[in-house]
Design a binder for this molecule. Structure first.
Ligand SMILES: *[C@@H]1O[C@H](CO)[C@@H](O)[C@H](O)[C@H]1NC(C)=O
Ligand SMILES: *[C@@H]1O[C@H](CO)[C@@H](O)[C@H](O)[C@H]1NC(C)=O
Ligand SMILES: *[C@@H]1O[C@H](CO)[C@@H](O)[C@H](O)[C@H]1NC(C)=O
Length: 552
């Protein structure tokens, strides 16, 4: 889910140079029913779990949107990693051919939506054309992105279809990625060449890995270990968590950069946005994945949520919108001295649903016995705190959708807008109708709808479906292209919109899946049987057959 900004493109470019340096320096070492919809009564009653009924008309409108996005890709770019819907072309991450970035990422959404024809063509492509024998020397394969999208996509397709073909591909891919973990600390290198099976360090800083990238591989490698009964995959992922735990700061918050040689945190920001986000997400989900058998992740999660509440939770002065601030390190005492930045990436909105999920699991007095919606007496004090922050943060995230398009910007600043005194947040450097800034874009990201899905499942409150439907309608109105597909818009506050020529793969794997699940029957993917990886690929909860070694 959490991916980096424009720097990533530049970074890919620099990979070629870096690879050379590394080898020479370290060798020794549709929407048909929109009008039918009527506002429903906002009574917030308790709905038992089994009564989270589907809303078929809205659900089917979302399925039609998926078909519209997929069929454009299939027409213009089938088999390519990335899709440019305006120029009708595909692009691969390496010059030697694609690694199934879009196709594999979309498989499980098709299975969940019951799109048999699309699924059959996509799985034939995987069977007949997918290969990881790709030379990523000139454009590297990012360890984290490849894991969450491709490995995660193969594993969830396997679990939902029981087609063993996916397991063979998953093992092949993981084996090609393992060399990335061969570093002095055990933290992975940021990229890997899948053909030559060598890890490739960050081109700007040989010793650097972003914290979220190192700590967002675990659900996938652990699932593969459980499936194959091979502990190697488990240990690689688990070692990373032990290294991060050993490096922890007193606040239990994680700076966004680590050193792959010595395993320490390096001088860098603390944030729940890019490069930090899914570290926190995977603490909770690792605990849930193994059916709460590993208390070490519960302890790390609780420590981190305490640190967030003590240091990062803020409210805007007028409207009291809750947001999560960032911290900038100061001087030589940076580990203890920080400056608050009142700024929030769209990415941070994952945390609202994550806090609510955590409150009803890690924060439940009796696990497995929490009502829908939860009765506060069923939650611990910490569970109640997290639940309330999650609910409020989700409202704060919805406030960032109060734009000309109804879509939220990439980055919001929580200070009164000089131009719009009634809005106590703004987009830096951006004026409606002015030149678009990076911060003003909406790139079809899923984080708000992800949290709305979780909030719906955990409360049954119509309010959350209404919010999700509003966002879906805004996407239909502003991001849908007449000639097929959907595109990033460059400024959420300017109508008519201008586009960027990109349909991100996570629109198919995450945004439309979370919207679909919000209007589907509540028994589809029960939250006590699955964890969703950070790219929204569902993986089953299991009791580990491998003995965990990272324990308290
Ligand atoms: C990307 O690679 C795939 C698989 O090798 C191939 O089918 C497709 O044509 C390539 N796309 C481009 C734009 O080269
Ligand atoms: C486990 O996987 C690793 C990496 O592919 C491999 O080297 C090892 O032989 C496997 N072990 C077993 C018992 O299959
Ligand atoms: C919440 O739980 C308490 C204690 O079990 C109970 O007395 C109360 O009636 C419940 N409230 C609701 C709204 O269900």
């Amino acid at each position: 889910m959490r991916r980096r900004n424009i720097q990533y493109l530049v970074l890919l470019f620099l990979c070629a140079v870096a690879t050379h340096l590394y080898f020479f320096s370290s060798r020794d070492s549709e929407s048909p029913h929109l009008d039918e919809w009527v506002e429903e009564d906002e009574t917030e009653e308790t709905i038992p779990k089994q009564r989270l009924d589907a809303d078929p008309a809205k659900r089917d409108a979302i399925v039609a949107a998926f078909q519209y996005a997929w069929s454009a890709y299939e027409r213009d770019a089938m088999g390519s990693d990335e899709y440019h819907p305006i120029s009708h072309r595909g692009q691969n991450l390496s010059h030697s051919g694609g690694i199934g970035y879009t196709v594999v990422d979309a498989l499980d959404t098709m299975l969940l939506m019951g799109l048999h024809d699309e699924y059959s063509r996509a799985s034939d492509w995987v069977r007949n054309s997918l290969s990881f024998d790709r030379d990523g020397r000139t454009r590297c394969f990012n360890t984290f992105e490849t894991t969450i999208r491709v490995l995660g996509g193969l594993l969830s397709a396997l679990h939902l279809s029981a087609d063993e073909m996916y397991l063979r591909h998953a093992v092949d891919l993981a084996d090609r990625m393992l060399p990335a973990f061969d570093t002095p600390s055990g933290l992975p290198l940021s990229s890997v060449n899948l053909e030559t099976r060598v890890g490739i360090p960050d081109p700007w800083n040989q010793d650097h890995i972003s914290t979220a990238e190192a700590t967002t591989l675990q659900l996938e490698f652990r699932d593969l270990a459980q499936l194959t009964k091979n502990a190697t995959y488990w240990r690689k992922a688990e070692t990373v968590m032990a290294v991060v735990h050993a490096a922890r700061l007193p606040s239990n918050l994680a700076p966004i950069s680590m050193n792959v040689k010595d395993g320490s945190f390096t001088f860098s920001d603390i944030r729940l946005g890019s490069r930090g986000d899914s570290y926190y997400e995977y603490l909770l989900k690792q605990y849930l994945q193994t059916d709460r058998t590993e208390p070490v992740y519960l302890k790390m999660y609780e420590g981190a949520m305490k640190g967030i509440h003590e240091n990062l939770v803020h409210q805007t002065p007028i409207k009291k919108h809750t947001y999560i601030a960032e911290l900038l390190p100061k001087g030589t005492e940076w580990r203890t001295t920080w400056e608050v930045q009142h700024k929030q990436d769209h990415l941070v909105c994952f945390l609202a649903g994550s806090l609510m999920l955590g409150a009803t699991t890690a924060g439940a007095r009796t696990p497995g016995a929490v009502s829908v919606p939860p009765n506060m007496s069923e939650l611990t004090k910490i569970g109640q705190r997290d639940w309330n922050t999650g609910v409020e943060l989700l409202e704060g995230c919805m406030a960032t959708h109060q734009t000309a398009t109804g879509l939220s910007p990439e980055i919001a600043q929580f200070k009164r807008s000089p131009d719009q005194p009634d809005r106590d947040w703004h987009i830096k450097g951006s004026k409606p109708g002015g030149p678009a800034t990076y911060d003003a874009r909406y790139m079809l990201r899923p984080e708000t709808v992800e949290s709305l899905f979780l909030a719906w499942r955990l409360t049954g409150r119509q309010r959350y479906r209404d919010y999700a439907w509003g966002i879906f309608q805004a996407i239909e109105k502003h991001c849908r292209l007449a000639e097929g597909g959907y595109a990033t818009i460059v400024d959420v506050d300017t109508v008519p919109v201008r586009y960027d020529d990109k349909q991100e793969t996570f629109f198919l794997s995450e945004t439309l899946k979370y919207l679909f699940l919000t209007f589907a029957d509540g028994r589809v993917l029960p939250l006590d049987e699955y964890v969703l990886n950070t790219e929204a690929h569902p993986l089953p909860v299991f009791r580990p057959s491998i003995q965990p070694m990272f324990t308290l």
